[in-house]
Design a protein around this ligand. Sequence first.
Ligand code: GDP
Length: 471
Amino acid sequence: MVIGRLAEGLTRGVDTVTEGISETLFEPVIRLGVTGLARAGKTVFITSLVANLLDRARMLALVAQSEGRISAAYLQPQPDLTLPRFDYETHLAALTSAAPHWPDSTRAISELRLTLRVRPSGMLGGLQGPRRIHIDIVDYPGEWLLDLALLGKTYEAWSDQVLARIAPRAQAADFLALAAQTDAAAKLDEPRAQALAAAFTAYLGGARDAGYYDCTPGRFLLPGDLAGSPVLTFAPLPRPDALKRGALWREMERRFEAYKSRVVTPFFRDHFSRIDRQVVLVDALGAIHNGPRAVEDMRLAMADILGAFRPGRNDLLSRLLRGKRVERILFAATKADHLHHRQHPRLTAIVESLLREAETRASFAGARCEAMSIAALRATTEETVTHEGQDLDCVRGTLLGSGKRAAFYPGELPEDPARLMSAARQSAQAWLDAQYEVMRFAPAPLTLRAGEGPPHIRLDRAAQFLLGDRL
Ligand code: GDP
């Protein structure tokens, strides 16, 4: 067992060596990956999770806490010295200031180490003293995960697939017009390459805003420190018949290959491969509101994401992961505070049903998967309003911008998730039409008692599923 852990410690990457052997041997480390597409709620989730693990009065569903076995929690220097640190203090200050506001969203990978001092449960508890358990939280954009699909593709195949897929989309019109005017067999002209990449990036941004989930390459939207570099200056182009050296198409091909080998592969090898537990946040309510096509897209994205956690299907990935695999995956529908709690079981049933479909689609087996609806930071209160003789279950919150407080009725989710799914496939009925559109809430001002973290919905249950069995 010790040898096993030592071996694991050694494969955990170069930076980790700085931790010191004794720590990797005797103090367990759980690497918790937090991902989701842009605006899914990663930053708010991590900030509230950490705040609620530091002050645990609202974490009763975390069994180690309700059993009184967690005696301390504190932040520590992270093990990976070259990764940006998750800016917890700034994000928490945004949420808890006198005029609370939402923090800046995730733009790249970052990490934070939280250490718990925990007394073991059962017989061992009496024999051993408390031990330290490190939780390394790794935040990364879900868009980077979807890039996995690029690894197995040539530039030519990728271009053909992307061009066919985006042809009917209005957001792609400008890019497609520019691509049609481009002679890909002509000699590379850097301003033309840049214009193509810029137009393609603009298309990806428009597609994402319209609710499409297939917006890869992921770094085009979230470039981090690669912004403007040649490795992000390419775009899909049809292959010309005759190709000379130095042709624009050839150069685009070279950059696409570099994107795979220098950007995508290192992310999977150095970061993704080390994750033990994973939470995938999905803005299911936003997708349901955006309409059937967005729900269908979310379903496909969930299958793609699950595919990344099942290395057996992908040779390249299996080699990068070297036999290691994620043990638990939680799919959590975020922002559940937009709905009255009576509708939460319906939301959970929808995400569960999407998850089961995604599992079947990706023939996924292995990690334990669960679906949940949560709000990392509860911004609303509930009330029932009588409107034209009918009782409506509403939520009340402060609107961003105007600062007005008001009660809203977002509409009903279907009782049977199959109805939403079949509507999605037939592009039929829409849900959450009522007032969901205007429900852009500001975080509520907080008055926290000693020992209390920010208010949430089921964040403690999420923590129990992700970490509870190791505490
Ligand atoms: P990221 O891009 O995944 O890091 O997303 P963020 O964590 O920045 O969240 C995006 C936005 O979603 C925030 O600015 C909030 O407007 C909203 N949001 C996230 N979590 C919650 C929540 O628990 N409740 C509510 N009401 N809104 C949330």
